[in-house]
Every structure is written in C-alpha cells, then in structure tokens.
Ligand binder design. Structure first.
Ligand code: SF4
Length: 512
C-alpha cells in the first residue's frame, strides 16, 4: 500500500491531493485533541515527506503540504497504530468532527463533548459502508460553554442547552440557503445518549438517497457527491426526519410539533453565535482558569495557522513538562495547551515565547486568518499568507491593539479559511497599474446583507503596497472612535454608512 495521489477536493492521509506547491495530505484530528507523542510523530512526518511545517485548518485538522515522496504502507500503519490515521482508509476522507477545544476543561460548559466525538469517530471507523458519504458530511458538538464553535460551518451542529435541570442538544442543520445565517433550528432536542443514533440515522438516510450509478464507488472521489443539505432540500426536511425515525426506536423530540418544512426554513438561528463578535471569538487565546481547581490552559497564537516542525516539538515538550501532554487544536487555527498548574504558567509562557510564538489575544496575529494563497492554490489571485504575515509585522511596528481584530485574507470568493464574517475581509484581486499587473485586495468591513458574503465593501481596489498604511489608519480610527472599549471593529463599522466610514478613515482624527 502506498499513498495514491489524486486531484480531489477533500484530501485525506490515504488520498493526498495535488496542489500548486506539491501533494497535500490532511490528517483528521477528531475534536482537535492531540497527545504530545502524536505531535512528535506528525513533526517527523512533515520533516520526512514535506518541507518541515504543518498547517492547522479551520476544522482543526492538520495539513502536511509540499509532499514530494510517497508515504509507504509501513508509515501509514504506524500512523494508524498511534491513532492519527483512520483504521479504515475508506472513511479517511470524511470531514473532521468538530468540538469545542475546551471540552472537559471549560468551567462554564454544560456537558463535556469529548465522549460524543469519540463515539461518532469510533462509529465511522467501524462502518466502511459510510465511505460513500460526501467528504463534506460534517458534524459538530458544542458543549454550550464559554468557547463556542457556533461560528463554524457544519452540516449538522449539536449544541448543548439546559432545559429545566437537564442537558439536551439542539439539532441545527445547514440547508445551504445563506452564508450569513446558514443554520436553521429544527426545533428538535436530543438527549445526550440519543446523539449517536440520530447522527448515524442522518448518514443512513443520506446514503439511501444517494444516486449511485452502476460504476464502482471510489470513496476518495466524492467531490461531486451531493451535500447533505442538497438531499435534505430535495427530499423535504420533514420527510427526511421521518426516514431518520425509521432507524430509531423512538420519535424525534419536537419542541414545536406543528412545524412543517416552511416553518423550519424560516427559523434561522439568529441567536446562534455564527456571527459572534471577534472579541468573544478569540477569548480562548491567553491564560484561562480551567474547571479543574488550580489548573489553567494557555491559548497559543499560530500566525496564519502555520507551525514549523521544531515549534511543534517544542509545544509538545511544554505540554509534557508543565501539563498532561495534551494539545488542543482550535478551528480558529490556534492551539491550547491544557492542565498547567497556575504556578507553572509563567514558565510555560516564557517557553512559548522562546519558540517565537505568542499567547496574547491582542497580538495582531491572534485573529489573522489567511487561506493557502497563490503559493499553494491555483485559484488564488494573491499571496494571502505572505501578505498577511507582512501586514502583521508592519502593524506590530506601529500600533498596539487592546482587543482582537479578525482580519481575513482570502485568495478567491470560496473563502476556504473562514466562512463566517470577519471584522475586515480582504479578497485577493489582480489590478492593472501603469501597464503592470499587481496583486491587491477588495476591502470589506463588518456585516452586510445576505448577498454580501464578506460584509460591506469599503474599498474596491487596493494594491498590496498600499494596504498596510490603509489598515493602520482603519485600526487607529477604530480605537479612537469606538463607542465602548468592548466594541469590536465589526460592530464599530456597522454603525456607519460606507461613505461616512471612508470619510472617517481618510480624514478622521486618531486622537481619543
Ligand atoms: S479560498 Fe480560493 S484561493 Fe484560497 S485556498 Fe480556497 S480555493 Fe484557493
């Protein structure tokens, strides 16, 4: 067995995909939770087969890029033995299971979601017949705590809520209708012990309705598989639920028994933290007390989600020396080191700094996000990652933030790195300037209407050399003019008409 490479949209470990910078392999990390030993093996893998770094994705996966030689059967077997690779190659392409990175350590969570993630992962690993699922079939478990993953897009989102004295999971679905409010609340509540059966029921009904031709199904070639939301829309939501119930020994628990398809569709989850303010979204960075007395976790900033292998090993050492050897990747492309006694926090922080990394939520890099960019992706108009890091270096030299600001660089409209709204979105474009083609960006801010995926456009063509000064000015005006110290950049921008914002950015007084 060697690693077959294909041009597919969703790579796995067994099925790498060809990218502009070489072969790309994706390692699923269910719930993002990794042991220090696994980190070291991944670092060795990236050194031997890649070029010495890994990327953390917006599903808390790891990507090894620029792979130039095939992974052998022995290598894959070792990865399976230490729990990094799926024991069934047929299901390795399925999307990572998402969970709150603070599961089990969050003082405010309603329920620890780790057992649910494990259970669904074990189920997948034991059911090769799930191979034909869409690779994008995605499930998230949110424990209802202080670090919500409600802003991350999933087909099925289960969010813990307290009803009376009992914890239930609200069943929310992505119907593919809106980028701005993607989830609908189905009005269904699940007891924790029902989650596995219901998610498995969704998978079974999806598979029953999959139009499968006579040709043999090849699990990793699923880029054209319908999404779950397409099957839900084609079949009708109510009918889909009825078919799920055929696989259950009970009826689904409807909070609003009279809801039909139309009522469900209208019930968008506006209360869900999909468009949560940046200030709340990045609160996992920095030092936080755990529910376990005397212990803290530290949220570590990984600039644009990139981690060199020497840093990976260094973080594994810190997790072992000061904690219990546990690292938790976040879907915001950062990571947490948990279980550190309060008295050891300063040493751990200083070791993190020694690795050239940061642990402050107000570091400009804490909420800086970029997709692969034109060094890795043929669809990209610009070098998003390179530009993001250069911008961060410049802004670091001229201003100090006191709240995180989410700046999202994307090389095309697909916005692989972040589907939810940002404070400032930068969409890569090419610009004709004095007979030359240069890389630049459209600049968007805050929220927009349902057709404005990236927010409201405030500048249409800004070349990269002009961008740093513009962003410096926008951030200084924000800090000087925000209504309260806790107003996020997006909330600040939403208060103004675009013309007023432009006037403010161009002529405003930056004194407080
Ligand atoms: S957002 Fe577009 S340019 Fe960026 S990685 Fe995705 S497909 Fe490529």
């Amino acid at each position: 067995m060697s690693l077959p490479y294909h041009s597919v949209s969703c790579p796995g470990l067994f099925y790498g995909t060809s990218a502009r910078d070489g072969i790309l392999s994706r390692i699923r990390i269910p719930g993002g939770i990794l042991a220090s030993q696994q980190c070291r093996v991944i670092a060795d893998l990236a050194d031997e087969f890649g070029t010495g770094y890994v990327h953390i994705t917006n599903r808390a996966n790891l990507q090894v890029r620029e792979i130039r030689k095939e992974m052998t059967a022995d290598v894959l077997r070792v990865l399976q033995e230490i729990g990094i690779a799926s024991s069934l190659p047929e299901v390795d392409h399925l999307r990572n299971i998402m969970g709150s990175p603070t599961a089990g350590i969050d003082p405010y969570e309603l329920i620890d979601t780790r057992p649910f993630i494990r259970e669904w992962d074990n189920y997948i690993a034991a059911h090769a017949e799930l191979g034909p699922l869409s690779p994008k079939f995605s499930v998230a478990f949110d424990g209802g705590g202080s670090v919500s993953i409600g802003d991350r897009l999933n087909d099925i989102a289960l969010t813990a809520v307290m009803v009376g004295t009992n914890v239930y999971f609200r069943l929310k679905l992505n119907l593919g209708v809106s980028q701005v409010e993607p989830f609908i609340d189905t009005g269904i509540l699940l007891k924790p012990e029902e989650c596995l059966e219901v998610v498995a029921g969704f998978a079974k009904v999806y598979l029953q309705h999959l139009a499968v031709g006579s040709e043999k199904i090849i699990p990793h070639r699923k880029s054209r598989q319908p999404r779950l939301w397409q099957v839900l829309n084609d079949l009708g939501i109510e009918r889909f639920f009825q078919e799920v119930e055929h696989h259950l020994p009970y009826r689904l628990r409807r909070v609003y028994p009279i809801w039909g398809d139309d009522q469900i569709r209208q019930h968008r989850c506006k209360d869900v933290a999909y468009n949560i303010s940046t200030i709340n979204r990045y609160q996992h960075i920095g030092v936080h007390s755990q529910r376990q007395k005397g212990l803290s976790y530290i949220g570590v900033v990984l600039p644009v989600g990139k981690l060199e292998t020497w840093q990976t090993r260094g973080l594994a050492d810190i997790a072992e020396t000061y904690g219990t050897g546990t690292l938790r990747l976040t879907p915001w492309q950062n990571l947490l080191i948990s279980d550190i006694p309060h008295q050891s926090v300063p040493q751990a922080q200083s070791q993190i700094e020694n690795l050239g990394l940061h642990w402050s939520a107000t570091n400009i890099r804490s909420a800086l996000v970029a997709c692969a960019g034109n060094t890795g992706c043929a669809s990209s108009a610009t070098d998003t990652k390179g530009h993001a890091l250069a911008l961060a270096n410049y802004l670091d030299s001229c201003l100090t933030l006191d709240q995180p600001v989410n700046i999202h660089f994307t090389g095309c409209e697909k916005s692989c790195a972040q589907h939810s709204r940002s404070d400032i979105a930068l969409l890569g474009v090419t610009i004709e300037q004095e007979g030359k083609t240069v890389e630049g960006y459209k600049v968007y801010v805050g929220d927009g209407n349902s057709n404005e995926k990236f927010g409201r456009e405030v500048y249409s063509l800004v070349s990269f050399p002009e961008l740093s000064l513009l962003l410096e000015r926008m951030l200084q005006i924000y800090m000087a003019k925000r209504a309260t110290p806790n107003e996020s950049f997006g909330e600040f921008a939403n208060r103004y008409a675009i013309e007023d914002l432009q006037r403010l950015f161009e002529q405003g007084d930056v004194r407080h």
